[in-house]
Ligand binder design. Structure first.
Ligand SMILES: C[S@@+](CC[C@H](N)C(=O)[O-])C[C@H]1O[C@@H](n2cnc3c(N)ncnc32)[C@H](O)[C@@H]1O
Ligand SMILES: [Zn+2]
Length: 298
């Protein structure tokens, strides 16, 4: 009975109830005051800054509008690729780390910082212990709109990972997949001993695309991401996952579309690569897991 009643709730109401249950996690992105839910429709802080829930249930907690190069078609392409099993071994690895760490915790809170269109968080969350609270944030509104339409049962918010609208020590785990890190914020949100899992690309990641678009030349890379991680967190695991993914023909176009690697490619070159075809693609990523040190903020 209860379940059939739940089925009839709108996405917005489901999300409002989920947020209401977890209000203690939120803080106002403008003045840092605590937030309340009004009329199952908006988050309002004690200083009356107000943030409406959208029809699909997400809440925009970014103080200013941002336009990013991550648009609707890019996120649709990402969903098509990520739904295909492309990231399967990587997600299995992340889930194993999180489950080991969160085992036995009551209602643990898991944040995906820079979640894009939400498929990874949805897949991870669906394999965590019941009661796990999932929160996905991204600055690209189009990603969060898509996530909230497709994956109810998770809190989706447009927000800046450099200034997150959440209370200190509010998260039990953070994942940060191919997105920028902000270690000061990760430190602030995690408790000592809580886990951060970060995914960074290694040199072979999508190398077949680099070969056809850039003659294999490396793009400019961030200075050693593992070293940066290690400065801030105690690394408990750093594992490189390299595998070839057999690419179904229909996935080549979305694969080309989904990655910033091809943003500067001409339509003509894209057409040539599509005509040429690509049988397989290399996934080469590093999973870095670490725990927050005691007594450090920032
Ligand atoms: C390569 S995508 C990865 C998205 C997703 N994690 C995935 O693997 O499919 C990088 C993401 O980081 C987000 N991003 C970049 N800067 C951000 C910021 N300051 N706050 C929140 N998200 C940010 C972008 O909007 C984009 O969705
Ligand atoms: Zn406020």
């Amino acid at each position: 009975m209860e379940r059939s009643m739940k089925m009839k709730l709108t996405k917005k109401m489901q999300s409002a109830l989920l947020i209401e249950d977890n209000l203690r996690l939120f803080k106002c992105p403008i003045c840092s005051a605590e937030m309340e839910m009004e009329e199952h429709s908006r988050l309002v802080c004690w200083n009356r800054h107000s943030f409406d829930l959208a029809k699909s249930g997400y809440v925009n907690l970014a103080p200013q509008a941002h336009s990013t190069k991550y648009d609707k078609s890019l996120f649709e392409a990402r969903t098509a690729v990520m739904d295909s099993g492309f990231f399967g071994p990587v997600l299995d690895n992340i889930i194993a780390r999180l489950n080991t760490h969160l085992d036995g915790m009551e209602r643990p809170v898991l944040l995906d910082a820079g979640c894009g269109e939400g498929t990874h968080l949805h897949k991870v969350h669906s394999r965590m212990q019941p009661g796990t609270v999932g929160i996905g944030i991204d600055l690209a509104k189009e990603g969060i709109v898509a996530a909230s339409k497709t994956y109810p049962g998770i809190v989706w918010s447009v927000a800046d990972l450099a200034a997150m609208p959440f209370a200190d020590s509010s998260m039990d785990a953070i994942v940060n997949i191919l997105s920028p890190a902000n270690y000061a914020e990760f430190n602030r949100l995690l408790n000592p001993g809580s886990i951060l899992v970060k995914i960074v690309p290694e040199t072979g990641y999508l190398q077949e695309l680099r070969e056809v678009f850039y003659d294999g030349k490396q793009q400019k890379e961030e200075a050693d991401p593992v070293a940066r991680f290690r400065e801030q967190f105690d690394v408990v695991e750093s594992e490189r996952l390299t595998y070839l993914f057999e690419l179904p023909e229909a996935l080549l176009a979305p694969l080309i579309r989904m990655t910033p690697l091809t943003w500067n490619a001409s339509e003509q070159r894209i057409g040539e690569v599509l005509a040429m075809g690509m049988k397989e693609i290399t996934i080469d990523l590093r999973v870095i897991a670490g725990v927050r040190r005691a007594g450090e903020i920032g």
